[in-house]
Design a protein around this ligand. Structure first.
Ligand code: ZN
Length: 484
């Protein structure tokens, strides 16, 4: 197959294409199981295969995709025809940043392939979680597992050949309870990645069982609690909400295609401009953020992106100053041309497609915050006069250019004079992105740092749902409006 694909790539190149690549998925399989109040509510599986082809001709992309591999020449011809048609109305000719050709393989580390585990064993795990969640005060309980395994073979006209085998396991637990007024409250647990692997072995029933009991206990406290006060406090965010703060106001804001206006029609823009790189004070000196696609155990790590660029660990914000973006080959060239100076020195390796029949676009890898020097959660609480600890995402609303935000969290613990005093319900906080990150006053050390994943990040037209990660410590921000 590899030789047949290469022959087609060479043939289309000879017909005048500047660049050609093919992503062949020999298989992609997925499975999702949901246990809802003791019943197996959902058991879906899918398996697909196919190929996507990109052709660059006279500064314009053409794309074609099919699951029918019997007529490869016609599939390549279609991508070329599409590129020729697009070239007639191109406004900004596509150029690709330089890269080195690689011949490489990547396999996400795992010991047990989840697709070799029996359905009975998976259902047993969900039943054991359901039994832990079935307690007084719980109105609705949901345990959920998802598995993905896919092979992606990438080849291009510049001599690259990359074979990737990606395996992912996702687990989440959720409970819902009603307060005295009949309003619903939820508490959930999405497992952080522990260890170095990503297979079935990451499902540890004892570990999840402990967290199941914890979220039920916390739900019952929330249901019985008073409302969050409306006032200014220091906000201490645990990784279970801090990951979303980072995702929405650093990750999405720093996607280079969004900065250049390509997502305006759907996902929105960014307040960041090309002039800001190297200058803008994004946050306090305690803020160092990076796009790190080299973490072994996270879905934001994939070895090589869909341009064939190796995984990188790139600074985005260095001690508060904006220094980098989430980039791929095409957008760095366009950004440098528009800025009339070299803002970016090459692709950051973040161009990914969600399937063979979608084109790659810039996606978050693992958008992480470096651990700080302010100790444990207990240390940070003990040094907070008037604050609130928050965890769990309940609602979110973000300005279309990522300039403001409002988050509702599942639980809040008020802190007064260095001690937790009580739990509150309906906890919320809001702010302006830059003002908020500049109010970052404490960052927990590596003991507070967790790798959270996002399995449903949406972007692009047509929509592409992507999986990625966030390595996140506990963080404290001062003078934040809460409760409204
Ligand atoms: Zn997202």
């Amino acid at each position: 197959m590899q030789k047949q694909i290469q022959a087609q790539i060479d043939r289309v190149r000879k017909q005048g294409a500047a660049y050609v690549d093919a992503r062949w998925y020999p298989f992609e399989e997925s499975q999702a199981l949901t246990m809802w109040n003791g019943n197996l509510k959902n058991n879906t599986s899918s398996r697909e295969s196919g190929m996507g082809i990109r052709v660059l001709y006279n500064g314009a992309w053409g794309f074609s995709a099919s699951s029918d591999m019997t007529a490869l020449p016609a599939l390549f011809d279609k991508a070329l025809e599409n590129a020729k048609a697009a070239a007639e109305r191109v406004t900004f000719p596509v150029r690709l940043a330089e890269k080195d050709a690689v011949q490489a393989q990547f396999s996400s580390p795992n010991r047990i392939n989840p697709f070799e585990v029996s359905l009975a064993e998976k259902v047993d795990f969900l039943k054991s979680m359901d039994a832990k969640l079935e307690q007084k005060g719980v109105f609705q309980r949901i345990s959920d597992v998802q598995f993905v395994r896919k092979q992606i073979n990438f080849q291009d006209s510049e001599g690259s050949l990359v074979e990737k085998l990606i395996t992912e396991v996702f687990v989440s637990l959720q409970v819902v309870g009603l307060d005295a007024q009949g309003n619903a409250h939820e508490r959930s647990f999405t497992a952080p990645r522990r260890g170095k692997t990503r297979g079935w072995e990451t499902i540890d029933a004892d570990y999840f069982g402990e967290h199941a009991e914890r979220i039920v206990s916390e739900l019952n406290q929330v249901v019985a609690a008073e409302d969050c006060p409306k006032e200014d406090r220091s906000v201490i965010l645990l990784p279970g909400i801090m990951y979303l703060q980072t995702h929405e106001t650093i990750g999405h804001a720093l996607e280079l295609d969004r900065i250049l206006g390509y997502e305006l029609a759907f996902a929105g823009g960014s307040f960041v401009t090309l002039d800001d790189f190297g200058k803008l004070r994004y946050g306090s000196e305690k803020l160092t953020a990076r796009a790190d696609a080299t973490l072994p155990n996270s879905p934001g790590s994939f070895g090589y992106d869909d341009d064939g660029i190796p995984a990188q660990n790139n600074l985005l914000i260095d001690e508060g100053i904006l220094v980098g973006a989430i980039t791929g080959r095409q957008m760095v060239e366009e950004a440098n041309a528009r800025a009339r100076k070299p803002v970016f020195s090459g692709s950051g390796g973040a161009n990914r497609a969600t399937s063979f029949y979608r084109v790659p676009i810039e996606r978050m890898t693992n958008i992480n915050i470096d651990p700080g020097v302010d100790g444990t959660l207990e240390d940070i609480i003990s040094q907070t006069e008037k604050g609130i600890v928050m965890d769990g995402d309940r609602s979110w609303s973000i300005g279309s250019n990522r300039e403001q935000f409002h988050f509702g969290t599942q639980i809040g613990w008020l802190v007064d004079d260095g001690k937790i005093t009580k739990v509150v319900k309906n906890s919320t906080y809001k702010g302006d992105t830059l003002k908020f990150w500049n109010a970052l006053s404490a960052v927990g050390d590596e003991r507070t740092w967790e790798v959270k994943y996002v399995d449903n990040c949406g972007k692009g037209q047509p929509n592409q749902v992507m999986q990625l990660g966030h390595g996140i410590p506990v963080c404290r921000f001062d003078n934040v409006r809460i409760g409204e």
